[in-house]
Design a protein around this ligand. Sequence first.
Ligand code: B12
Length: 215
Amino acid sequence: MESEIFEKAYKAILEYDAEKAESVAREGIEAGIPPAKILDQGFSPAIKELGDKFENMEIFLPELVMAANAMKAAVNVLESALKKTGETLPSKGTVVLGTVEGDIHDIGKTIVGATLSAAGYKVHDLGVDVPVPRFLEAAEETGAQVIAASALLSTTMLRQRDLVDFLKNRGKRERFIVIVGGAPVTKDWASQIGADAYARDAVEAVKVLDSLITK
Ligand code: B12
């Protein structure tokens, strides 16, 4: 049953079919499969495969856009299911989250936000193309303990470094836990730029933040 849903989810993305992606996501939730699992084992492998095809010029931007739209339709459904899980939990802390300036990739960031919400964090999602100063402004407005920055391009990763430097220059570095992520981002990069943490995926982000927050 589970594997059938995963297979259907995978196919919906490869076929650029947003309606199907959405209905499979609902079907998965109704069948009681954890939303994170539906993403990890169904939808995400498909979009990653298409990313590789795009890189090899087997498909082009219009196809990638259609696939991303299908993926977003599924993420919308799964996001609300994930968030519901967290609503009854006591808040562990507040996170300001966004994709850095120059970067409009938001699927992974949205999943991270929803997963953190499900785990009991209050998440303020600033969206995409977020200028560095906006992260600090929002973190101060909301009393956040954590600033989380996503970057999917090797060019926009540099904005994560700018973010850490900006906080330092403002004398605010010690006030926040800075966590970075996104496909090209690595643990090495995180330590090189002086971020507090890195996580490979949404589930790891919860684990890493849980351990830092309790310190
Ligand atoms: C979908 C997609 C798009 C969609 C985005 C739609 C959207 N609304 O997000 C569209 C079609 C718009 C797009 C556009 C572009 N894209 Co694009 N895209 C992708 C693709 C195929 C998938 C990304 C994705 O959603 N993955 C699924 C999610 C679930 O995974 P994820 O994002 O990695 O997130 C997970 C982790 O990384 C982590 N994570 C993510 N964020 C954070 C943050 C924190 C704090 C933490 C802890 C963890 C974390 O947790 C997430 C969940 O597990 C990737 C290929 C790839 N392998 O990544 C290319 C890719 C990122 N794109 C690429 C490129 C080149 C572009 C364009 C420049 C293309 C162009 N010529 O215009 C533009 C850039 C636009 C811009 N200015 O941002 C390249 C980047 C190359 C590079 N290294 O710089 C890639 C790698 C494709 C490739 N192989 O060539 N893209």
